[in-house]
Design a protein around this ligand. Sequence first.
Ligand code: FES
Ligand code: FES
Length: 168
Amino acid sequence: MLDANEPTPVTLTVNGKAESARTTPRTTLADFLRHDLGLTGTHLGCEHGVCGACTVRLDGTAVRSCLTLAVQADGAAVDTVEGLGATAGTEDVLHPLQQKFWEHQALQCGFCTPGFLMAALAALEEDPDLDRDGIRERLSGNLCRCTGYAPIVDAVAEYAEQLREARS
Ligand code: FES
Ligand code: FES
């Protein structure tokens, strides 16, 4: 029988980099990312699947990392907010969706932002033609206490438009 306290090896790819660590079978993916891998960009709010702050992508799909066990991600590809930006020389460069959040002031305290970014990217990859209503619906599982949501929808809608223009 599996011992919930017995460290178990977990090997996965995080933001394109192979990672491996031992963790208990009951450790959530959120805690694994934050404590075992030091990736604290994934935030924990409610810790029971309500707020969406902990959203990451697991093999491309947006998941609540507070409700996903680290062992469930064994062998998978995980994308977190830390993988979005880039470095050009000595400069940090925002991902285009992060840039839209910046331009639209779609964040205030920023606590919810990593979850919104990962949820929006997954949604637009699944349906690049999402309109504003579709964006609202797809982001309805992510809570923000600061912005009133409108700037977030504006930012994602403008990024979606940018993607559509690049396709045409
Ligand atoms: Fe995971 Fe709130 S911390 S949904
Ligand atoms: Fe503060 Fe969303 S910016 S919770």
